[in-house]
Write a protein that binds this ligand. Structure first.
Ligand SMILES: NC(=O)c1ccc[n+]([C@@H]2O[C@H](COP(=O)([O-])OP(=O)(O)OC[C@H]3O[C@@H](n4cnc5c(N)ncnc54)[C@H](O)[C@@H]3O)[C@@H](O)[C@H]2O)c1
Length: 431
């Protein structure tokens, strides 16, 4: 049955969730305190790059409203999803200030039974905190649910509508039934558990995926020492159904707004509960070292060809998104700039976001080719498919030195070999 839903926070998760829930027939009010974002959305413009989202929004616009009026949205809705940001603080703990502010504002405007659904990633115990906080302002009946989100930027719609599972952390039968109803059109296992377990499931899932990436990167580094090829090794172990082939692509390391902050958040949760985690710290250490190893490869080429200029392909933390939060590309560029190298870069959609982190310290180019003109080495940091379409013979002519370092083991080694490039990757052989 169609439900009246408010989504607080209209970022990558909130907007995708809102549009997808509208596509399932629910009436959705998307709320954000960022008025510019809301004004854009009212005009049908999407403030982020996410394939297919603009089309879906347009198709189901009759079920969608956008507003910065949180009190009114709370009054009109029976279910309120929280999808505000929960960034990392310097000590790794989770900054819950946006979340806490939103909860207080919701509670102050409740005038009857409401279900508060936490979609933001928050530490175990947060749903209990929400219950106590709401009671400060509202004495009637209400329920709190933890419903973590597992979507990936770049394939967010598909992930939301065809997930591997829907996790519902709740101890209230009425609220559980409403949640099952909301997701009834989604054909996936619905796993009901306690809120504390649901909250930890999200951290454990992201930490496990990050661990797989760090694991294969460590194997890649060993491959380089032993003459093995990590692509072959990953294939060989991935065929084992206990291991699986996903998240075994060696490279320059993981990035994005979630993995680093969630691993750090889980470490902090463990420490504040008097448990010293051992694997989680290593996941982060390997990831940070992977960026250093990549920079060292660039520096070694520049030392050999006495160059100073690095071309960078890709700024987003992965393809099909404009998100540069914790992007390895940004981290690598910052290290290069610190050492006095010059950088020119190209990304099909993430340049504006990169500018907020790098300012005018690098040259932003209009094409992959432009980012390669007169460079002493070219570094691939995001595996955008358009980088496969390059005319390699032409590219070789415009580079000062035909050296490529591939941080994603992505480029066509056969074409590169044929055209006489000096090519290096991450634990992968150049045939
Ligand atoms: N980005 C992902 O791929 C992803 C995937 C799964 C889970 N998550 C989790 O989902 C949450 C949201 O992540 P995101 O990437 O969508 O964040 P985001 O930064 O893209 O969006 C958050 C939005 O919340 C708004 N906001 C903050 N406080 C508000 C308030 N009091 N009232 C109204 N709006 C407010 C901000 O203006 C912003 O637009 C985080 O906890 C994140 O860890 C993210």
């Amino acid at each position: 049955m169609s439900k009246k839903i408010a989504i607080i926070g209209t970022g990558y998760v909130g907007l995708t969730s809102g549009v997808c829930l509208a596509s399932l027939g629910h009436k959705v009010i998307c709320v954000d305190k960022d008025k510019d974002k809301i004004d854009k959305l009212k005009k049908g413009e999407i403030p982020i790059y996410e394939p297919g989202l603009a089309e879906l929004l347009q198709k189901y616009s009759a079920n969608l409203t956008f507003t910065d009026d949180l009190p009114d949205a709370v009054k009109q809705s029976e279910v309120i999803f929280l999808a505000v940001g929960t960034p990392s603080q310097d000590d790794g703990s989770v900054d819950l200030s946006f979340f806490q502010q939103a909860v207080a504002e919701i509670a102050q405007n409740m005038d009857g039974y409401r279900i508060l659904v936490d979609k933001s990633t928050v530490p175990p115990g947060t749903a209990n905190w929400v219950k106590k906080e709401v009671k400060k302002y509202y004495q009637g009946e209400f329920a709190v649910v933890s419903n973590p989100e597992f979507l990936r930027e770049g394939s967010a719609i598909e992930d939301f509508l065809k997930p591997d599972r829907v996790v519902i952390g709740v101890d209230d039968e009425k609220a559980k039934d409403v949640m099952l109803d909301i997701y009834s059109a989604i054909d996936a296992p619905k796993f009901a558990t306690t809120a504390q377990s649901a909250e930890l499931i999200k951290y454990a899932a992201n930490s496990f995926l990050a661990m797989k990436i760090s694991f294969i990167n460590e194997i890649a580094n060993i491959c380089e020492k032993t003459g093995s090829d990590v692509v072959e090794v990953a294939k060989g172990i991935g065929l084992d159904s206990r291991i699986g082939s996903q998240f075994l692509q060696a490279g320059v390391g993981f990035g994005g707004s979630c993995f680093s902050k969630d691993v750090a958040g889980l470490i902090h949760t463990a420490l504040s509960n008097n448990y010293q985690p051992r694997i989680l710290g290593a996941v982060m250490t390997v990831n940070e070292a992977q960026q250093e190893i990549f920079v060292d490869k660039i520096k070694a080429v520049l030392a050999r060809n006495q160059g100073k200029v690095v071309g960078v392909w890709g700024l987003a933390f992965k393809p099909n998104t404009d998100d540069t939060r914790y992007s390895p590309a940004i981290a690598v560029i910052k290290k290069l700039l610190k050492e006095g190298y010059q950088v020119k870069a190209y990304d099909p959609v993430a340049q504006d976001n990169a500018k907020t982190e790098l300012g005018e310290a690098i040259d932003y180019c209009k094409s992959a080719q432009e980012a390669a003109i007169d460079v002493d080495v070219l570094a691939l940091l995001t595996d955008w498919p358009e980088f496969l379409e390059v005319d390699w013979a032409e590219l070789k002519k415009i580079m000062r030195s035909p050296s490529i370092i591939d941080g994603r083991n992505f480029l066509p080694t056969g074409d590169l070999a044929k055209n006489g490039f000096h090519y290096q990757s991450i634990g992968h052989k150049f045939f």
